[in-house]
Design a protein around this ligand. Structure first.
Ligand SMILES: [Zn+2]
Length: 209
């Protein structure tokens, strides 16, 4: 007698994730037929750099630059690794969409000013109940420096075009990079889903997703 296999809660959660992945890939294929449903898993150790120098040298140089300005060279997946298949279309540019202040801005209290003097904060954003719920309920707000506030209030909207090797690395492995360069700000900012990620592709999806 064959035992019936019952789907458990974990199986269902896994199925849901698989189906979500499939639908993302199918959407991507419409934009770029080179995107395939089934590609070999990415090998992140198979790296190269945009100017051909050793990865260690490039990474050390980036660390020394301390985040300021565009780097001379970037780490990418090697040409062979990129050729093993894309999970997203190859897109050559993205737009910087700075997160907006959705909560309430207030000046700092004298205690906060004293406690965080080293950081130069000028305002505190009190999150709305919805924003708190999105962040797990324990985070009540965030501090801003004047530079951060200027950036948020001015917006950015700059489009940055990248080289082919970086664009293909994003297509092969969307979460390869933790941050990316904005030609408008002249600085690197986080990628990934909002609220952390600050860059979108032309179809509105977030860079790094
Ligand atoms: Zn920018």
């Amino acid at each position: 007698m064959a035992a019936a296999h019952q789907l458990g809660v974990d199986d269902l959660a896994e199925l849901r994730i698989l189906l979500a992945d499939v639908s993302v890939v199918l959407d991507a294929r419409e934009a770029d037929p080179s995107v395939r449903l089934s590609v070999p898993a990415v090998d992140r150790a198979a790296t190269a750099t945009t100017d051909g120098r050793p990865a260690d040298e490039v990474l050390a140089e980036q660390r020394a630059a301390d985040g300021g300005g565009q780097h001379r060279s970037y780490l990418v997946l090697s040409a062979e690794e990129r050729a093993r298949g894309y999970v997203r279309p190859v897109r050559m540019s993205y737009v910087h969409v700075v997160p907006k202040v959705l909560g309430t801005l207030r000046p700092l209290t004298p205690e906060e000013l004293a406690r965080h003097a080293a950081y130069g904060y000028v305002r505190f954003e009190e999150y709305t109940p919805e924003m708190r719920a999105e962040r797990g309920g324990t985070v009540v707000g965030r501090f801003y420096t004047q530079a951060e506030l200027d950036r948020v209030q001015r917006g950015c909207g700059a489009r940055t075009t990248m080289g082919r090797a970086i664009a293909e690395t994003y297509a092969r492995d969307p979460s390869f990079y933790g941050s990316t360069f904005c030609s408008g700000c002249g600085a690197h900012h986080p990628v990934g889903p909002p609220p952390r990620g600050e860059f979108v592709w032309d179809d509105g999806s977030y860079v790094g997703t």
